[in-house]
Design a protein around this ligand. Sequence first.
Ligand SMILES: [Fe+2]
Length: 471
Amino acid sequence: MKRFLSVALAIVLILQISVFAVADFTSPNLTKAEWDTLYNSLKDDNTLPMLCVGADETQVSLCWHADKATAKAEVKLADNANMSNPTVYTGETTPAENDEQVVCRVTVDGLKENSTYYYQWYSDNGWSEVCKYETKSFGDHKALVIGDIQIGGQTDSTEVQSQNGYTWNSVLAEALSKNPDAAYMVSPGDNTSTGQTAAEWQTLLMPEALRELPLALAIGNHDKKGMMYNYYTNMPNEYFGKYFEGLDRDFWFRYGDVLYLVFDACSPSAADHMAMAKEAVEANPDAKWRIGVMHQALFGPGYSALDAETMILLNAVFSPIFDSFDVDLVLTGHSHLQGRSHFIYESSVVGKAESGKTYADPRGTVYLNTNAICDQGAFSGSANYMAYNFYDNDVTTYTTLDFTGDTLKIETRRGDNSELLDSLTLKKTKDFKDNGILQKLHRFVYKFVEFLGIVYQKIDNVVVAIRGGHF
Ligand SMILES: [Fe+2]
């Protein structure tokens, strides 16, 4: 009996040790002092991994930096916390932004819905701590949207960076505590401030909740001030186009019934953006929803959309894409102001989209602009295409997209206490239809935009070179 008890006790102890070794992200909120401790312990490194959305719901990817001498692009995945009988996924290493490290990128596939997995990546210290990752439903699901995380604010100050990290962690903690079922997070860009330091990405990746929340991050004008996005992300279906240069790229992914078209709006190459949208839409004819993501707001709050670059150039490049592919919702950022438009088609309001209401098979696209994590913009009046404006600019916000059956419920809440600010429900009972002649006419006219986009790109390259980066 004694022997049996001691063996049983040993088994219990081993199990406990293994279970305790698994990171627990159920309470990711931290006090400022706890955050400072975490920040200070991690700030001098750049090896935190990013969990990224996969090409579809059965995949996720990881991306991390490792010492060139010992790096292995390998991830272990198991259905138990002891990591017994794991599947080992091998990816690829590519050069990093420095000579000492490489970037490891691995895609994990074959995931099943509503399942609990455990994973490790091969770090500089061998196999990492064990992280838990719970997949959500592959059909009805919820997505989280947070924009302009912009670690560093408008500067490269470490103090500001730490403060942004704290706010970022707090908003994530609040959003995930109320929405633990969020399957992934989408950001319309400006993930970093200068786009030129590894430290910004390291801070962005510090919240422990990100070990189990896959990210889909668009490129913003601040990211575009450098090349770091290229080394710290692993987005699916990246599209490098015919005319794109440098960091320029779009990407797309599918989750359940939803197709996301994510654009690098800092590139004026209309031909490439249109080609990416066409490729993605043609590969996903059965997707019920089409969501566009880009940084600059075409129909955003304040008068942010009234600057010439957005109003003339970006509107000419992107509106026809959203119109011709019947995109339901476009997520934007840039102005650091929360707001949402009415239904827009051919740059005009074609229907009201009042807060709190449900609209069945509406014509046109809704544009939702996110607030910022780093700092809030200055409000400067509303435009007639806006259905909702959030005027309390000192308060952070987050948005959830809840896809259930044939409805999409879009809810925006305060980032500090989840008070509901704005909601809109879209109901879709019909499939996308080919607009026939109208679509052909759109595409014909768009050839001029594509030509002008290439001309503009050549001019813009010179302007960017002179001013030393994108605005
Ligand atoms: Fe921004």
